[in-house]
Design a protein around this ligand. Structure first.
Ligand SMILES: Nc1ncnc2c1ncn2[C@@H]1O[C@H](COP(=O)(O)OP(=O)(O)OP(=O)(O)O)[C@@H](O)[C@H]1O
Ligand SMILES: [Mg+2]
Length: 375
């Protein structure tokens, strides 16, 4: 039977892990799978292992290419990356891509009892969801009346409600996407712990105690995801249909070189430019101009509506490693810009620090998932 309130999503439920001291976060991106295993020992989070595998070759293509693979192929790649990285935890937390879900706030009259909310949400949600309600799984949580502190966000205690209106945040996720991920896990004999929309995981991994308005940008291969975050809470999020693979495609076409070579050149020189190929930086910049101008629209609209300004921008995702991106972003947003360093949330041997700092942005989603399970 269709159950609209399967508790599949997280950010949203108060679910706080299964109490065990280990967790594996799995981020199935369009170009690569990233896994991170964390352990909690004596109250401290420790990095056990991590790994990534490109999906391009599983589709007969190249590293860095965007793929749309059947579940069997993804399960095969997942098996390989779990083996290579030596992950032992069998209960996994997975990220759901932003485009498979929709999140929106609903206001309900204060006199509605909490026990009545589950039956009211599907009726109200119809107004917001462009597909039949039977094709999505709904989840929700009550938003606090006052602005919560970061500590509130991380505490499991209820935040006191005032009595005017009940604000509910509803998350609708396509059933297709959920069953796809369940099938991938079961093919690998993994049990599923929870699903979470990718940007929520990324925020958890990249944020310290930021109270003011901060924007997170996740530069993926297929899309650039944005989240506007206040008090550690995602207030608004957007996806820009442009990513790292589009940049590589353009380089490949404009210089008439194979995708694989273009990908290498992009990573080696980035916006600093290749002395032998003067047009490289310009080709990259065309795409970044588009991404930043879309991001500016989102920021401006939010700032106007809420009478607040973005105080900082955090860069995440594999594409955040682009040389010169931080400087370009700082010039565009005229605010502080920093590269996320999610591995700093887990203890690791000192000699790994440099590597982990450089690789961190790529693993942010998988780290955030594992962190949540240990919370
Ligand atoms: N040093 C670098 N310089 C420039 N781009 C880079 C660098 N390292 C990785 N990238 C780019 O980052 C992208 C991959 O990032 P990521 O692993 O976050 O993507 P994904 O999660 O698979 O994609 P999506 O989130 O869109 O599904 C690729 O386009 C890759 O070329
Ligand atoms: Mg991604």
């Amino acid at each position: 039977m269709y159950n609209p309130f399967q508790k599949i999503l997280s950010s949203v439920s108060s679910f706080a892990g299964d109490g065990s001291g280990e967790a594996v976060g799995i981020d199935i991106g369009t170009s690569a799978i990233k896994v991170v295993e964390l352990k909690k020992k004596a109250g401290k989070v420790i990095l056990e292992t991590y790994g990534a595998i490109s999906l391009g070759p599983y589709a007969g293509g190249e590293v860095g290419q965007v793929t749309n693979l059947p579940t069997e192929k993804i399960a095969e790649a997942l098996k390989e990356v779990l083996k290579q990285s030596g992950v032992v935890t069998s209960s996994a937390a997975l990220a759901i891509p932003m485009q498979s879900s929709l999140i929106f706030p609903i206001e309900l009259p204060a006199q509605i009892k909490d026990s009545e909310i589950p039956s009211i949400i599907p009726i109200e949600a119809r107004k917001y969801i462009p597909v039949p309600i039977s094709e999505v799984s709904l989840d929700y949580f009550l938003l606090p009346e006052r602005e919560p502190s970061f500590e509130d966000m991380n505490s499991s205690e209820a935040i006191p409600q005032k009595t005017s209106k009940k604000n509910v945040l509803v998350v609708a996720t396509q059933n297709d996407a959920v069953s796809r991920y369940r099938s991938i896990l079961s093919q690998r004999n993994l049990t599923f712990s929870f699903f979470e929309i990718e940007i929520f995981s990324s925020v958890r991994a990249n944020f310290e105690h930021n109270l003011s308005l901060v924007m997170l940008m996740d530069f993926g291969a297929s899309r650039t995801k944005l989240a506007l975050v206040e008090f550690g809470m995602v207030k608004s999020y957007h996806a820009i249909e442009r990513g790292g693979a589009d940049i590589t495609d353009s380089i490949s076409r404009s210089l008439s070189i194979p995708f694989s070579e273009a990908e290498k050149m992009k990573k080696e020189f980035g916006l600093f430019g290749n002395p032998a190929e003067k047009s490289l930086a310009d080709t990259i910049k065309v795409h970044l101009d588009y991404i930043f101008s879309e991001a500016n629209n989102v920021v401006l609209a939010y700032e106007r509506k809420n009478k607040k300004t973005v105080s900082k921008v955090i860069l995440s995702g594999g594409g955040a490693g682009m040389k010169g991106l931080k400087e370009t972003a700082a010039a565009n947003f005229r605010s502080e810009v920093e590269l996320g360093h999610p591995f700093s949330k887990a203890g690791a041997p000192a000699f790994l620090e440099k590597v982990l700092s450089a690789m961190g942005p790529e693993f942010a989603v998988s780290i955030g998932l594992a962190l949540r399970k240990l919370q």
